[in-house]
Design a protein around this ligand. Sequence first.
Ligand code: 5GP
Length: 208
Amino acid sequence: MVKKGILVVVSGFSGAGKGTLLKKLIAEHENYALSVSMTTRSKREGEVDGRDYHFVSRDEFEERIAAAGFVEHATYVGNYYGTPTDYMEKMLAVGKNVLLEIEIQGALQVKKKCPEALLLFITPPNVTELKRRLIKRGTESEEVVRKRLHRACEEVDGVEEYDFIVINDDLDECVRDLHGIITAARFAPTRIKDFIQTIKEELLELEC
Ligand code: 5GP
């Protein structure tokens, strides 16, 4: 009934497995669009420009900030990250549920701008597992792993602002949980305005 898609913000400690989860969610279900962020961090081995991120220079990023081209942007461990506005709006308008995989500062900016957004926080079952996954990934130096764990300590208080916490222990189960929550959110009170608007438009079309 409501045509507009759901804006879904997915955050979680670095190493929580968000990327893998979202890829699986998109592969198994239609109607999702993953927003590709812009960043000034260097490309990791295996990453592709335009697929994993739009990799840009600090100057390019700052130009886009000045042109108000981001829904939100933040600095994370020394680099800029931001969500381009145009793609997100286009996808929502055609009814796609848009996934933003972003950190907590950005998530809170989205919540302010778009109060109807659904905020999900992904966490491994415990901190030992979090550290194990970060080290196992092997893409970061020891120093960056340490900084990312430190950042997790700072972020933990912000988790209260989220709508749901999702525990990523078993991947399949977690994808099922995520999809279930997002499907249920179609009928959340925050979307009542959209619902009324759609019904009015449909009634007008029927000329009642
Ligand atoms: P990574 O460098 O590991 O790819 O990402 C570092 C952190 O930045 C992760 O928590 C990721 O979710 C977050 N991130 C990725 N894209 C964006 C974005 O567009 N905006 C914000 N605020 N955070 C982002």
